[in-house]
Design a protein around this ligand. Structure first.
Ligand code: SAH
Ligand code: SF4
Length: 361
């Protein structure tokens, strides 16, 4: 076996920067993926946890250079789901035994939005109790807002750092978007007791293997519980994506790097939850299954009503645009069974890292 893989398997956080970079650069990642998959099985078994993904709305105050629903993209028709609709979609996920939901949207900081989310959280808690997981992915907010949402029943939060390298972050965002605030938000989320997740986009223009190795070290420095990361996929209506052509060769390279990041992150951190994100599937029909076989253990089937899905395109080629949620459920189940895994039905699927940290406290 590759001695670096052996070293990584021995215990978490056991690789130096150059060793992380060397694993990310392997020409043949077969052994890397196999080892990461075995490690995933050691921590969570041959099972995949699900979160029903509700895309609440595509209004966003921000203008990230890579994202299809950025404020200045005039080609998007904007929508905002009613509380009743969101609660209905979450309830459907509950009845399907998904075990948890993720509520995601563009970033809005207003009292109106804070209260809207509070009411939704209370509505979901009223049928889901404590056993149904609720993750928020609603961008940067003040400590007060994060606290209110935590009090109302949210217990996980996903906020990607996008790139942990400040110079690269600055090239991806307008000048008024702050790397420091994003890091500060992650610290606040942890302090408030959320299971905290972050991640990066992989294969960004001007991103190097060295940057990606630093990202993995950042995940450890921030003591994250969950990792949600996926390949960058160009969107033609964005400043970053308008000149990049997503050829089959480009897609294959993005996918390969995305899978390697999952595997090396698993080998470095060991006990976190890692999502096989939909962006993987946008590049390859079997992308998410391949993510699981490279060490991920979470999938997020879309449960948003079909009519809204087209308006929530952060990147091009988003899959399942014409599928309804029931079809997605059956398709996902088939896919998971096809790789010899089972679904962790009805379980919140908390991060083993978070559970361990709580025990040690
Ligand atoms: N507004 C919130 C949540 C929605 S965006 C936030 O920004 O945190 C969720 C994620 O979509 C972002 O964190 C980003 O990593 C990802 N994303 C946006 N545009 C993308 C693209 N072109 N390719 C791949 N991922 C993208
Ligand atoms: Fe808005 Fe999030 Fe897209 Fe940035 S990545 S433009 S914050 S939805």
């Amino acid at each position: 076996m590759n001695p670096l893989i052996e070293k990584a398997l021995a215990r978490p956080y056991n690789l130096e920067h150059d060793e992380l970079a060397a694993l990310l650069s392997l020409d043949d990642p077969t052994e890397l993926f196999d080892a990461a998959y075995r490690l995933k099985c050691r921590y969570v078994g041959k099972s995949v946890s699900l979160r029903g993904l509700v895309e609440l709305g595509n209004n966003c105050a921000k203008n990230c250079f890579y994202c299809g629903i950025r404020r200045e993209n005039r080609n998007v028709s904007r929508y905002h789901l009613s509380e009743e609709d969101v609660i209905r979609m979450a309830h459907w996920s509950f009845l399907q035994n998904y075990g948890s939901v993720v509520l995601q949207s563009g970033e809005l900081e207003s009292e109106e939005n804070t209260e809207y989310i509070e009411r939704i959280l209370k509505g979901i808690r009223s049928f889901g109790g404590d056993r149904f997981g609720i993750t928020l992915c609603l961008g940067e907010q003040t400590e007060e807002v994060y606290r209110r949402w935590h009090d109302a029943g949210a217990h996980r939060y996903l906020l990607r750092i996008e790139s942990s390298v400040p110079e690269l972050y600055a090239r991806l965002h307008p000048a008024d978007h702050s790397y420091a605030r994003r890091v500060e938000c992650l610290k606040i989320l942890k302090k408030l007791g959320y299971q905290t997740g972050s991640g990066v986009m992989i294969g960004l223009p001007e991103q190097t293997i060295d940057h990606l190795a630093r990202d993995i070290a950042f995940f450890h420095e921030m003591d994250l519980d969950m990792i949600g990361m996926g390949p960058y996929i160009p969107h033609r209506d964005t400043p970053l994506g308008k000149e990049i052509e997503c050829t089959p060769e480009y897609a294959a390279r993005q996918l390969d790097l995305g899978l390697k990041m999952i595997a090396v992150t698993r080998l470095y951190l060991h006990d976190v939850n890692i999502a096989a994100t939909t962006a993987l599937q946008a590049l390859d029909g079997r992308g998410r299954e391949r993510g699981i076989l490279a060490g991920a253990n979470v999938m997020m089937p879309n449960v948003t009503d079909t009519e809204y899905r087209k308006q929530y395109q952060l990147y091009a080629n988003k899959p399942c645009l014409d599928e309804n949620s029931a079809k997605c459920r059956n398709c996902l189940n088939r896919r998971i069974v096809s790789i010899g895994e089972t679904i962790n039905w009805g379980q919140r699927g908390d991060s083993p890292h978070y559970r361990q940290n709580r025990k040690n406290r």
